[in-house]
Each structure stands twice: as C-alpha cells, then as structure tokens.
Design a protein around this ligand. Structure first.
Ligand code: B12
Length: 213
C-alpha cells in the first residue's frame, strides 16, 4: 500500500498530467487509506490545479490541456463527493451556491459545495453562469441563511456586487459570501458583502461564523 505522501503526490500528478484514470484510482486509494477527502482535494488535487494555473499563465500549456486537467479533477471529485456528503446528519443551515453570470468555471464552487455538504449544511447548488435574480429566487424558495457566489474572471467578479445590491434592494435577510481568484477581502468589503472566502478548507468555518452572526 502506498504512503499518504505517495497518494497525495499521485493526486497532484493526475491533475498535472490530466490523467483521468490516475485521478480516479488515486482518489479511490486515498479513501482506502483513510485520507480525509477534504485534505485530498485541497492538498492533493488542488496543488495539481495550482501547477496547471501557473503553466497556463506562463503560456506553457493552453486551454485544451486546462480542460483535460479539469476533467481529471471532476473524475476525482466524483469519487470523493459521496463520502464527503455522507457525514451530514442534521442540517446546520441552508446555503445557496453558484458561479456568477457569464462565468462557467465551476470546479471551485463544486469543491466548496462538497465541503459544506460534508459538514452538514443543506447546499442548494444552482449551477454556473447564473444571473443575480436566479440567486435571489433560490434564496427565497429555500429560505437560505447564506448565499455564496464564485467568480473566476475579472470580467465576471463584478456580478458579485450585483448580487449584494439585489439582496439589499429586495431587503432579503441572507448573508453573502464570495470567492474565486479575482475576489479578495478588500473587494468583498468594498461591495458591502459579508465575507470573503479564499478556499474550500475555510468555507465551513466561515459559513458557520456567518450563520451564528
Ligand atoms: C480550470 C480553468 C478553466 C476550465 C474550467 C473547467 C470547469 N469545469 O470549471 C476551462 C478550460 C473550461 C476554462 C475556461 C475559460 N477560462 Co479558465 N481557468 C481555469 C484555471 C486554470 C483554474 C480554475 C480552477 O478550477 N481552480 C481550482 C479550484 C479548486 O480553485 P478556485 O476556483 O480558485 O476555487 C477555490 C477558492 O477560490 C474558493 N472559492 C471559489 N469560489 C468560491 C465561492 C464561495 C462561495 C466560497 C465560499 C469559496 C470559493 O474555494 C475553492 C476551493 O478551494 C484558472 C486559473 C486560476 N488561477 O484560477 C483559469 C482562468 C480563471 N480562466 C481564465 C479564462 C480567461 C478562461 C476563458 C475565458 C478562456 C477562453 N479564452 O475561452 C474560459 C471561460 C469562459 C467563461 N465564460 O467562463 C482566466 C481568467 C482571466 C480573467 N479575466 O480574470 C484564468 C485566471 C486563467 C488566466 N490566468 O488567464 N478555464
């Protein structure tokens, strides 16, 4: 049996080499070895995606390779998700989650959804490329405590402001949390949002804090 270090290295490598089969087998191996899925996602797969981001930034790889790496990531997440979600018994609150209008990046949002579900939150994932009005509809329909929006591009992060504006305009009682590469604590403060979240690992703690008020 491989050591934890070896399995984490395989998870990272599977993303870096966009190897879907390795992603699946390493994810299964991680579960068999009793590695915490959250740890495997953040510190194994996530590290691989950091390499991909860097290589893409440096124009050493291109969109098809990024897409292939995403497929590997999605395969591994498929293996982890049911296990992460199984932990939930009673609901700690309802969170509406999506990626904003004009933005199809969804891996980060899916990681956050899995982490929150695993921690016992009722997560209403309404997808990607979602208009602010749809966020609000889902919040009202599900009486959500928190609404979370992911934006990965400088061109779409502005939609996070539209969500805050709409929440205020309609006077809806819901807390807001935002994430994604172009977002920051300063950005969220400037748009009047409640919380910035830099990673899936911190999502559970920050959402808990928001709900407790
Ligand atoms: C993978 C990827 C893709 C994949 C997405 C696949 C998928 N199914 O999601 C594909 C290949 C489809 C893609 C497409 C495009 N991409 Co792209 N992509 C990336 C890349 C390399 C990694 C993103 C990722 O998945 N990271 C891994 C996850 C786990 O991390 P994360 O998203 O940051 O999420 C974590 C935290 O941020 C946080 N978080 C995030 N959101 C939220 C929300 C809440 C509520 C909370 C609590 C936490 C939280 O928790 C997450 C888990 O830890 C980034 C580079 C980067 N630096 O981000 C570029 C990047 C985002 N893409 C970029 C671009 C330009 C595009 C395209 C426009 C390219 C094109 N010419 O077509 C299209 C987008 C089309 C569209 N309309 O959306 C640019 C954006 C530049 C900008 N303007 O700001 C980036 C920054 C690359 C670059 N350096 O140029 N892309």
């Amino acid at each position: 049996m491989s050591s934890k270090e070896e399995i984490m290295a395989s998870l990272k490598k599977s993303i870096e080499t966009w190897d879907v089969k390795l992603a699946e087998s390493a994810a299964k191996e991680a579960l068999d070895a009793g590695i915490d899925p959250g740890d495997a996602v953040e510190n194994g797969l996530g590290k691989g995606m950091e390499t991909i981001s860097k290589l893409f930034d440096e124009a050493k790889i291109f969109l098809p390779q990024v897409l292939a790496a995403s497929k590997a990531m999605e395969k591994a997440l498929e293996v982890f998700e049911p296990v992460m979600v199984k932990g939930s018994t009673s609901s700690r609150g309802t969170v509406v989650l999506a990626t904003v209008l004009g933005d199809i990046h969804e891996i980060g949002k899916n990681v956050v959804a899995a982490m929150l579900k695993g921690a016992g939150f009722n997560v209403v994932d309404i997808g990607r490329d979602v208009a602010p009005e749809k966020f609000l509809e889902a919040v009202k329909e599900n009486k959500a405590d928190v609404v979370g929006a992911s934006a990965l591009m400088t061109t779409t992060v502005v939609v996070q402001k539209d969500i805050v504006d709409l929440v205020k305009e309609e006077n809806v009682s819901v807390k807001t949390i935002f994430g994604g590469a172009p977002a920051s604590a300063e950005w969220v403060e400037s748009i009047g949002g409640d919380m910035y979240c830099p990673s899936g690992a911190e999502a559970v703690e920050l959402v808990t804090k928001l709900i407790k008020g």
